[in-house]
Ligand binder design. Structure first.
Ligand code: SF4
Length: 138
């Protein structure tokens, strides 16, 4: 099931995420089963967007590597990193590049392959079901 991205209830976060990918000129459908997690405080990727610049570039470029390392370290301190990773993995069209939840685009691609191997092609449904169960228990 897909729904167009709507700006509510996480207007600023989703607007930021959309703008990070607007350079591709894509109209992207968000999967409502795995919404972007709520954060009571602004996330670092929103307050420090320069830290989360694109991770493309030559692998040997020290500046690119330093930026990736900084962004990953920042994500690891983020209180919504786990749910952010689920969202990023479920939304490849919205996360084709850049650092999300301490992962690069190629790392996310590898993780998606592992999820398909472990949970099947509709792994997003499995993850969404688990999230729903976990949410009901809290
Ligand atoms: S884990 Fe990283 S990309 Fe995800 S919300 Fe937190 S700071 Fe942003």
């Amino acid at each position: 099931m897909t729904n167009p991205i709507t700006p509510e209830p996480r207007k600023e976060s989703l607007a930021m995420h959309t703008s990070r990918n607007s350079r591709f000129g894509l109209t992207v459908q968000a999967d409502a089963r795995v919404p972007f997690p709520y954060s009571p405080t602004p996330t670092a990727c929103r307050t420090q967007p320069q830290t989360f610049a694109y991770d493309r570039g030559t692998g040997s470029d020290p500046e690119v590597q330093a930026r990736i390392t900084r962004a990953k370290a920042t994500c690891r301190r983020c209180p919504i990193a786990t749910a952010c990773l689920q969202w990023a993995l479920a939304h490849p069209e919205l996360t084709p590049e850049g650092i999300w939840a301490a992962t690069t685009a190629s790392e996310r691609t590898g993780l998606r392959h592992k999820l398909i191997a472990r949970l099947g092609k509709d792994w997003v449904a499995v993850v969404a079901d688990r999230r729903r169960v976990e949410g009901a228990m809290h």
